[in-house]
Design a protein around this ligand. Sequence first.
Ligand code: DX5
Ligand code: ZN
Length: 221
Amino acid sequence: MNVRIAPSVLSADLGRLKEAMAAIERGGAEWIHVDVMDGRFVPNLTFGAPLIRALKKVSNLPLDVHLMVAEPEKYIEEYADLGAAVFTFHPEATLHVQRQLARVRERGMGAGLALNPASPIGLIEEVVDDLDLVLVMSVNPGFGGQRYIEASSDKIRRVRALLNARQSPAVLEVDGGITAATIRPAWEAGADTFVAGTAVFGEADPARAIQKLKQACTIAV
Ligand code: DX5
Ligand code: ZN
């Protein structure tokens, strides 16, 4: 299994978007993670379609869009038209989760569900076959720069077991507090894709920071 890094644009300097995206491409980032927040589902407000449009102009990397919004279904059409690759939402944010997952796939995007630290794995159990990605939140969503919640590693292990038992090829992504120190336990627990904001854009050399994250998973100890 390969390590996939998805730097979170939330921590990038939006005034220098082009340079920031060039740096992460140089460092070998596979995806760009886009945190859409509405000030209702989470206590913070960020960006939406205009930033996705801007990112499309400066990078060819797939856009991994994470919607921390109420009624995420309102954005499926628009984000598909803008060229988002993955559309991930929280199951508590909408009433008919399976219908929305199917709509996301019909529009040609990967369908993802995100689990908050207190959200039980049971929320995804009945829809495993409708999923292309499971996002385990290792912080409570809303802000970058928080600490990795240790219990997340055990949850990742249980999600991995569920995906294996159901022979699901879904991506298992972790989001929040990922650093060169916390990425290893998350990787060993079975995650394959890692969102990193502060650990990439908070460093003087984001390209090198991505390489260090990957090495932290692969070096023998
Ligand atoms: C948290 C967001 C994350 C955030 C991660 O609400 O979903 O994607 O940008 O930032 P770091 O890596 O700094 O914890
Ligand atoms: Zn996120």
